[in-house]
Design a protein around this ligand. Structure first.
Ligand SMILES: O=C(O)[C@@H](CO)OP(=O)(O)O
Length: 333
């Protein structure tokens, strides 16, 4: 991989060390300057999906926007939707370098700050529904990130653990419902279950049992840690959930935020980017760095990580996103 390419990916908080499959292409995005106010070049990492999001058709579709309603659903009238993936901020066990897996520990102060920063980065990206794991650190990250969102909607957890919990958490005012974003929690998005390693220090374990063995448990696709899940096992439940629950929502026009974990997200990205078992070894997920995908025509196109809310280029990903940002600008303060 060319040095520039590697640096670009690193700058986006995205460590994909694979050097022969990641192609960086420069995409010239020429949008209506009157409508969008930007004409910029956007850099995207393309693996196997062709770029198809920027067509005159989608621009024409997007131009038919209602003026009063600020919901992202009505703003994005093309068939395009966005998927934002976000690993939780630093947890108290990340800080201590302990194998965490399904142990349910909260964020550190640094993790809270990372979630705020992530929220700023996605504050102009539409979010209609939030999916999160059933673990506190992912839920905290989603809730904290949404405090920064310019739509000012309130995330509200749908409690689906029993019929009673579902009924008792219902919102009955239509106005309040419109101003809220449903949060759907699912164990299938949880971190891989780390088995007998949960609670042990990663470095000490590597020193005791051998670096190669521990690296194989942590990063390879097929090797399960003792009594725990391999990435493959984690992938079977996380990707099945993604295909059965998350993809249909994107297809139905919803823009989604998914907050989850290093290995459930590695599984999902492996599926989205069609990585091989070899390639996924080098896929590292940083805490609190959002990654944006555009979903159009049944294809996922990775668009990188939004850098900052002030960065004009962020809004030049697609015309629909630029319009959504423009509508947010018009919202009363
Ligand atoms: O401990 C864990 O649960 C995970 C993520 O922090 O560790 P790893 O770096 O091995 O994926």
């Amino acid at each position: 991989m060319a040095t520039n390419t590697f640096h670009h990916i690193q700058a986006n908080g995205w460590h994909a060390n694979s050097n022969h499959h990641t192609k960086l292409r420069k995409i010239s995005v020429n949008m209506s300057s009157e409508a969008i106010g930007v004409h910029r070049q956007v850099y995207g990492t393309l693996k196997f999906s062709p770029i198809g999001a920027l067509t005159t058709q989608s621009l024409a579709d997007t131009l038919q926007l209602p003026s009063k309603n600020y919901s992202s659903e009505s703003l994005i009238t093309s068939n395009e939707t966005v998927l934002t993936l976000l690993r939780h901020g630093e947890s108290m066990w990340n800080e201590k370098n302990l194998f965490t897996g399904c142990v349910d520990v909260p964020l550190t102060q640094k993790g809270i700050e990372e979630a705020i920063e992530a929220g700023k980065r996605i504050s102009n990206i539409p979010v209609d529904v939030i999916y999160t794991s059933s673990l506190l650190r992912a839920q905290m990250t989603a809730a904290i990130a949404m405090t920064q969102h310019r739509c000012k909607k309130v995330p509200a957890v749908l409690h689906n653990e029993s019929e009673q919990a579902r009924t008792w958490s219902e919102i009955h005012s239509e106005e309040a419902r419109e101003q809220s974003i449903s949060v759907i929690t699912s164990w299938q998005l949880n971190e891989r279950m780390y088995g007998d390693l949960q609670g042990f220090n990663k470095q000490e374990t590597a020193e005791k049992l051998g670096k190669e063995l521990v690296h194989a448990w942590r990063r390879t696709y097929h090797s399960p840690p003792p009594n725990g899940e391999s990435l493959e096992m984690c992938s079977q439940r996380a990707v099945a959930y993604f295909r059965d629950e998350i993809e249909p929502q994107l297809l139905s026009g919803k823009n989604l935020l998914v907050t989850a974990h290093a290995n459930s997200l590695r599984s999902i990205i492996m599926y989205l980017d069609r990585l091989t078992a070899e390639e996924v070894i080098n896929l590292e997920m940083l805490t609190g760095i959002p990654m944006l995908y555009v979903f159009e025509g049944g294809k996922f196109i990775r668009r990188g990580s939004p850098v900052a809310p002030t960065e004009a280029g962020v809004y030049a990903y697609t015309t629909s996103l630029a319009f959504y940002r423009q509508k947010l600008d018009q919202m009363p303060a």
